[in-house]
Design a protein around this ligand. Structure first.
Ligand SMILES: Nc1nc2c(ncn2[C@@H]2O[C@H](COP(=O)(O)OP(=O)(O)OP(=O)(O)O)[C@@H](O)[C@H]2O)c(=O)[nH]1
Ligand SMILES: [Mg+2]
Length: 452
């Protein structure tokens, strides 16, 4: 366990604004003494005490409930005090001032959760799940965050970590007894175990991806030639008139971003200016430059084309004509099928879709496609709350394991496998914080809000 903190932190834990109740939370060794000072006498452990909250001159600032949770049975693992007063900014300010005058200091963003982590109350993934539960804006995201807060994700990560360590120990032990190394390599059992482990890691990776998609949203940019119907598609998916639609090519000049909840999938949908080569219009040129900027930030591109002008085989040609990035996953949408007379639905060649943004034909299939692309399919009840950080760590873990198997097969060198397994263990351990650096902690907790 890390060194105990010697200072006591305090913050208003309820959101800014007015409400029936406002809560000030304190954590640290002086919480009990501050409770006594503010309420005139000691506050008993784990019992609601109705008290007056006093300043240093014994003036009554508010009356409310004081709750005291002595260490270690508290959220942070330290002595924690909650003062539940009335939820107005001025009254909470005055209580906060009295708390600070009594010796606490204002908490930084995420500092309560950070202390809970340092004191072993939560692992990193659980601490992040606290923030994600609060941030969740769909029932599915809240459910997934709660499962991770309960430790479901961490348990799976830890189980994989145990297997990884076991395999690593086995390999290292074999290396220490070179006489037996030949047998151990020839037998192939190690490679098989590593392959099986790699599969389990990939399985968890795909579930974590779903969780991250639920949490962060799926960022999709809509692009194509002018007048293809990009803004009409945005409006259709958003189910309201977000963007201006006209029959004048070059209607959209700026980048338009819209957060929508697409049947449970949080989507960041970005409409862009139509792309064409020969524009002389400065505003339109700037619009195209901004469109290109969006490609680097998006996870998927919906390439919209007029069904009367383009066909299933034109993706490559459009890509090069419009200078679209080659590495951004892309779905071709042949729009205005009501005018072309083609039936809406999947294209026979390639994985594009035919639809009509005007009539809505084929849009349901696009919605299903987007769910699948975001990794959200099937049973949402078992989705685990996860973040992009976790996805990234699992990807690195899987890569190291796969690389280890490869070098073992190619060179037969157990040392190289051992090295890759060590790196894999390091990457996997970052998720729950079994292995962490101070930088990592700083980056994670500073994104939390104050009072958490
Ligand atoms: N018939 C038909 N018309 C459509 C369809 N989708 C869009 N349109 C029409 O096509 C014209 C252009 O639509 P927009 O949505 O503004 O096209 P855009 O791609 O955003 O155009 P820019 O912003 O200029 O690049 C409008 O008149 C729309 O009503 C469709 O599926 N069927
Ligand atoms: Mg437009």
């Amino acid at each position: 366990m890390a060194d105990r903190h010697t200072d006591t932190i305090a913050a208003v834990a309820t959101p800014a604004g007015r409400g029936g109740v406002g809560i000030i939370r304190l954590s640290g060794p002086n919480a009990g003494a501050i409770a006594r000072q503010l309420t005139g006498r000691p506050v008993p452990a784990r019992r609601a005490s109705y008290r007056a909250f006093l300043d240093a001159g014994h003036q009554v600032l508010d009356r409310g409930i004081a709750l005291y949770f002595p260490a270690p049975n508290s959220f942070t693992g330290e002595d924690v005090l909650e003062l539940q007063g009335h939820g107005g900014p001025a009254v909470l300010d005055r209580i906060m001032a009295a708390v600070l005058a009594a010796g606490a200091r204002p908490a930084r963003a995420g500092e309560f959760s950070e202390r809970a982590f340092i004191n072993g109350k939560l692992d990193l993934a659980q601490a992040e799940a606290v923030a994600d539960l609060i941030a969740a804006d769909s029932h599915a995201a809240a459910g997934a965050a709660m499962r991770s807060l309960d430790g479901a994700f961490s348990r799976e990560v830890d189980a994989l970590l145990d297997q990884l360590v076991e395999l690593r120990v086995y390999v290292e032990a074999a290396l220490d007894f070179p006489d037996e190394e030949i047998d151990f390599l020839a037998e192939g059992a190690v490679a098989d175990r590593a392959v099986a482990l790699g599969k389990s890691i990939t399985g968890l990776l795909s579930r974590a991806r779903s969780g991250a998609a639920l949490q962060d949203g799926f960022r999709v940019v809509i692009a194509g030639k002018p007048n293809a119907g990009k803004s009409s598609l945005l409006n259709r998916l958003a189910r309201r008139d977000v963007a201006i639609v006209t029959d004048i090519p070059g209607t959209t000049r700026d980048v338009l971003e819209q957060s929508i909840n697409l049947d449970g999938l949080p989507l960041q949908l970005i409409d862009t200016a139509g792309l064409r080569r020969d524009s002389e219009d400065l505003i339109e040129q700037e619009g195209m430059r901004r469109a290109h900027e969006q490609f680097g930030r998006a996870q998927h591109l919906l390439l919209v084309a007029d069904d009367r002008e383009a066909g299933p085989a034109d993706v490559a040609a459009l890509r090069s004509e419009l200078s679209l990035p080659g590495d951004l996953p892309t779905t071709l949408l042949l729009n205005k099928c009501d005018l072309s007379g083609h039936a809406a639905g999947p294209l026979r060649a390639g994985d594009g879709l035919r639809l009509s943004a005007l009539t809505g034909d084929g849009v349901d299939q696009l919605v299903m496609r987007l769910h699948r692309l975001a990794g959200l399919e099937g049973d949402m009840a078992s989705t685990l709350g996860a973040r992009r950080r976790h996805v990234d760590a699992l990807q690195r873990t899987a890569r190291h394991v796969a690389q280890g198997v490869l070098v073992l097969k190619e060179t037969g060198a157990g040392e190289l496998l051992a090295q890759e397994l060590g790196d894999a263990q390091q990457a996997l351990g970052e998720i729950t914080g079994r292995f962490h650096s101070e930088d990592l902690l700083g980056a994670i907790f500073s994104s939390f809000c104050i009072g958490k």
